[in-house]
Design a binder for this molecule. Structure first.
Ligand code: G1P
Length: 289
């Protein structure tokens, strides 16, 4: 099994970040000095992915523009001798082979993934949710790809969350296979505490086999009246082997304000251009609080 393709669903309406995301896609909000989606693409590339499909909608064309060349700007930067900025602007456009498809109707994550059917063809593929940024020594998608290859299985990235928090995620039924890797036999989306299978929640990363597309075609609307990917995966794990990887790394949900701010502060503290200054700024503030 070789995973060369990835799908990034980025067609949500961004309703948890309004009014900022009324006209700016939430994936394009700046995380220190790069848009959120660039971190996701960089993770995919660092995990060995060559071709990436972004599932967008009619309000998200800023994303396609960002990953394109911009000759007027580049000429101006070149003339001004701004080599660093020029290299950064070009690098974003040269990161990967990026393709786009529109979801056309906002019918849920499962429906967005189903739009990738023609792009994916008959290969396993990774899914990286467009607002979940990961910080990890080994890219989280790579951790999943390695497990999927080892077990010739599909894979979902999980971490333990509190019983109170599980209703924001999907909960998976697991049996241990080895350290950090589990066999998956069932799951449900946004369970109430009494319905959950375990505290392991799927957090934004998947490696799927193409059987998922025929399943998604049949899946009925579930939680929130939407076609849920989790409902498709529940069926997939019963047909074919699926593993859960308790991945190493920190996940930031940049699709809500708190997660976005946590990521901004952590990334800015680590950034050589802003870190030392921000640390002093926070210390001074904290001393006066
Ligand atoms: C989606 C998935 C859910 C998953 C979560 C976090 O939910 O449907 O299964 O646990 O992402 O990755 P959403 O955040 O879109 O409500």
């Amino acid at each position: 099994m070789k995973v060369r393709k990835a799908v990034i669903p980025a067609a949500g309406l961004g309703t948890r970040m309004l009014p900022a995301t009324k006209t700016v896609p939430k994936e394009m909000l700046p995380m220190v000095d790069k848009p959120v989606i660039q971190y996701i693409i960089e993770e995919a590339v660092a995990s060995g992915i060559e071709d990436i499909l972004i599932v967008t909608n009619r309000a998200k064309s800023a994303m396609d523009d960002y990953f394109d060349y911009y000759p007027e700007l580049e000429t101006r930067l070149n003339q001004a001798g701004k080599d660093k900025e020029l290299a950064e602007v070009r690098q974003a456009a040269d990161l990967a082979n990026i393709f786009y498809v529109r979801q056309k109707e906002t019918k849920g994550l499962g429906h967005a993934i189903w739009r990738a059917k023609r792009f994916v063809g008959d290969e396993p593929f990774a899914v990286l949710l467009g607002d979940d940024i990961m910080r990890a020594e080994k890219p989280v998608t790579k951790q999943l790809v390695e497990a999927a290859e080892k077990y010739d299985a599909s894979a979902v990235g999980v971490q333990k969350v509190s019983t109170q928090a599980i209703s924001r995620y999907s909960s998976v039924k697991v049996d241990a296979l080895e350290e950090r890797i589990y066999a998956v036999s069932d799951m449900n989306e946004k369970p109430k505490p009494e319905e959950m299978f375990s505290n392991f929640a799927i957090l934004g990363r998947y490696v799927l086999t193409p059987e998922i597309f025929d399943i998604l075609e049949q899946v009925k609307p579930g939680y929130g009246g939407e076609i849920q990917l989790t409902d498709g995966l529940k069926e997939l794990c019963q047909k074919r082997r699926m593993v859960a990887v308790d991945f190493e790394g920190r996940r930031y949900d940049t699709g809500n304000l708190n997660g976005f701010l946590e990521a901004t502060i952590d990334f800015a503290l680590d950034h050589p251009g802003t870190g030392p200054w921000l640390k002093r700024f926070i210390q001074e503030k904290a001393a006066r609080m």
